[in-house]
Write a protein that binds this ligand. Structure first.
Ligand code: PMV
Length: 329
């Protein structure tokens, strides 16, 4: 821990995420797989002499929320931070004021995550307030905070932020399992646009209530893909994984969350002999990823760029939340 002017300061960082399999299906209780990506979000914290939470956001805005007003509705740029602090306050009432400074990459490329900020906030605030949380407790509290803000969510992105690596979530609400994955030969292509996850999740839920038999069958198939993909990932069976990835993409198209640009990126990657490609996350924009052997990597990158994709050189399967540069345990 750092000591400055008599005040203890704690800092934490948590990774963003790339959903590999089970996008949307996880929201409805089916399995999914996520990997942590090296676009990290930071939160620094110290005590202040006020019965309040002060938050300075990466955009430079300063907010002050008196502890008595924690339950009131909050501006969107601090909603996740406040929700995380509320979770801590419920566990052990806050006795001293808290100043938090948040930061992250200038552009999220759709890989960023409010969950990373939520997890990093809980990590620093619990350390400052002497609350010892196990990784599973941190996961459960961060997931509750995200649900508090969004009203929905599987917890897959929270899993990446807490545990890092590559995680398999059998069922929303359960504790995810760490997969033993050595490497992920994938290429990420950004479509150039971002849309809100919540609206797309609601759109799929609407489709499911209008056509329960059809949509449940699709979501169930996605869940089975996650189970098969898990062993392909652990055994490095990339060709089989590619085929499952392409099937998953077709099912996401059937849910109506694809776009023309995402499809162009997926087909460009496949034409350049990627093993398989699909959109990642809620759809409507954000990223695709393609599994590619080193021998075709340059061709896949060129193919994605030729159709307007932005190829991001981002490491996957990276460590989860770290406090003062130490892995959470
Ligand atoms: O759109 P993203 O990258 O935040 O991913 C959301 C993944 C969903 O399965 C659509 C939602 C969820 O909570 O798992």
């Amino acid at each position: 821990m750092e000591y400055g002017k008599g005040l203890m300061q704690v800092s934490a960082s948590a990774p963003g995420k790339l959903v590999l399999f089970g996008d949307h299906a996880v929201v409805h209780g089916y399995p999914g797989i996520v990997t942590a990506v090296d676009r990290r979000y930071q939160v620094r914290a110290k005590h202040i002499d006020a019965a309040a939470l002060q938050v300075r956001t990466s955009a430079g805005r300063l907010h002050e929320v008196p502890f008595a007003a924690l339950d009131e509705s909050q501006p969107p740029d601090i909603a996740y931070v406040v929700a995380a602090v509320k979770q801590l306050n419920a566990r052990k009432p806050l006795k001293r004021g808290l100043q938090l400074v948040t930061g992250g990459p200038a552009r999220s490329l759709g890989l960023g995550s409010s969950s990373a900020i939520t997890v990093a906030t809980l990590a620093v605030a619990s350390r400052l307030h002497d609350v010892d949380l196990s990784p599973d407790e941190l996961y459960s509290m961060a997931r509750a905070a995200v649900l508090d803000v969004q009203g929905m969510g599987s917890g897959l992105d929270v899993a990446a932020a807490v545990y890092g690596g590559t995680c398999f979530l059998e069922r929303a609400g359960e504790i995810p399992e760490a997969l033993s994955v050595e490497r992920l030969p994938l290429i990420i292509g950004y479509s150039g646009s971002k849309v809100g996850t919540v609206n797309l999740v609601k759109q799929v839920a609407g489709l499911r209530s209008r056509h329960p038999d059809l949509i449940e069958a699709i979501l169930g198939a996605m869940g089975r893909i996650s189970i098969r993909a898990r062993s392909c990932l652990e055994e490095g069976r990339w060709r089989d994984l590619g085929a499952l990835t392409d099937i998953n993409q077709g099912l996401l198209e059937a849910l109506g969350v694809g776009t023309g640009q995402l499809a162009r990126l997926v087909y460009a990657a496949r034409s350049a002999r990627a093993w398989g490609a699909k959109l990642s996350g809620a759809g409507g924009g954000d990223c695709i990823f393609a599994w590619a052997d080193d021998s075709v990597r340059a061709d896949v990158v060129a193919g994605l760029e030729a159709v307007g994709g932005e190829v991001a050189d981002i490491a996957c399967n990276v460590p989860g939340v770290r406090v003062n540069d130490e892995t959470w345990r």
